[in-house]
Structures are given as C-alpha cells and as structure tokens.
Design a protein around this ligand. Structure first.
Ligand code: 3PG
Length: 207
C-alpha cells in the first residue's frame, strides 16, 4: 500500500477513465505515458474495463487500478486483469473485505462520518471522497478529517484544472481523481494527441 500510495501521491492526479472499446486502451496508455501521467483508474462502467486494464498493463510504466467496483466478482476480475488497486464509489463491505484479505490496496468512497468509521474498522488509510464538489469540497474534507486525522483523502467528482490546486494544497489530500484529461469523447474520437497534451498540461499545473 505504501509504495503505491507514494507513487500516486507523487503524480497527484488520478485520471478516471470510462472506456468503451478495449482497442483504445493501448493508445490511451501511450498518450498518458507521453504526457507524463502514467496512471489510470479504469472504471467498471463499461464492459471493456477488464480488457482495457489488461491492455494497459502491457506497458510496464503504467500504474493501473480499477474504479467503480460494485461487487466481489468485479474486484476479482479487475485483479486478474492486473489492477494494482481498487476504488469504489461508496463503501461496500464485501469488496473491502476481499481487498483487505488479498492485500490489494483499496480506496472506498465516503462522504459522511459514518463511512469514515467504516474505514477505521478496516484500518484503511485513504478514502475516495466522492462526489467531491457536490458534497462540499475541501471544506467538508477538512471537517471530516477533524475527528479522523489518520485518514487521508483522494477526492474525485467535479475536480479539474480550475480547482485542483486548492485541493492539493491541503495536507489531508493524497491526490485528486479527475476525468478532464481523459474525457470519454476524446477517447471515443481517438483524440490521443489531445489527451497527451491535456495530461502534460495537468502535470505541469501540479508540479
Ligand atoms: C469518478 O468516478 O471518480 C468521477 O466520475 C470522476 O469525476 P469527474 O468526471 O467529475 O472528474
């Protein structure tokens, strides 16, 4: 967990990806690598997610996780495909227990103190705060963090080039998730040059 967290914290941005065609995974990975952001959270919102993870993991420099995991079956499939970490939009006990038992880093989604307490129960150091902007953004993160100072956050949802620096300036934040450099339409229209450009711009911004 620590090495992975260190790598994610170093990159500061987790590109959140919804991919419709697994064939787009390799050019997408190449674009992210060329843009200096070799990291991806591939969400299980499409049937192509599992295969896309497998394709991306063919690039040794890529750090690839699976997002929007809603069942143990998906978690298993993601790990078998090579996912190095799991992300859930909310807190799911079965998925969390699978991850903990198999030593797979997991970032469960939270937005309330009750969910923070579930993280404590499983001794998990980082929560995905989702959907971040809609649930009060940084002010809510700071308030949630007061009683639970040991838990850090990876906020996602409504974070982009305009507000990411505010989040990253807070000590509670490990990294921010966002889709602005890997928008679905850019992937579907094969605008990999634009993805590379947006990734490089994002990397520059958070340097
Ligand atoms: C996620 O699942 O983390 C979000 O859908 C990403 O949010 P964004 O599209 O607002 O960056």
């Amino acid at each position: 967990m620590n090495t992975l967290l260190h790598k994610i914290a170093e990159m500061k941005i987790v590109p959140v990806i919804k991919i419709d065609a697994a064939a787009d995974a390799a050019p997408l990975a190449k674009a992210l690598i060329a843009g200096g952001l070799p990291l991806a959270e591939v969400t299980f919102r499409t049937a192509a997610a599992e295969e896309a993870i497998r394709e991306m993991k063919k690039f040794p420099e890529m750090l690839v996780g699976a997002g929007t995991i809603t069942s143990v079956e998906q978690a298993k499939a993601a790990c078998e495909a090579g996912a190095e970490f799991l992300v859930t939009a909310g807190f799911n006990r079965a998925v969390t227990e699978f991850a903990v038992e198999n030593n797979v880093p997991i970032f469960p989604g939270v937005c309330t103190p009750t969910e923070m307490m579930l993280l404590l129960e499983y001794n998990l150091p980082v929560a995905k705060f989702f959907p971040a902007e809609q649930y009060g953004g940084l002010a809510t993160i700071k308030a949630l963090s007061a009683p639970f100072p040991g838990i850090k956050f990876m906020p996602t949802g409504g974070i982009n080039e305009k507000n990411i620096l505010d989040y990253l300036a807070a000590p509670q934040i490990v990294a921010c998730g966002g889709s602005w450099m890997v928008k679905e339409a850019l992937i579907n229209n094969h605008q990999f040059g634009e993805i590379e450009r947006l990734a490089a711009e994002a990397v520059q911004l958070v340097k």
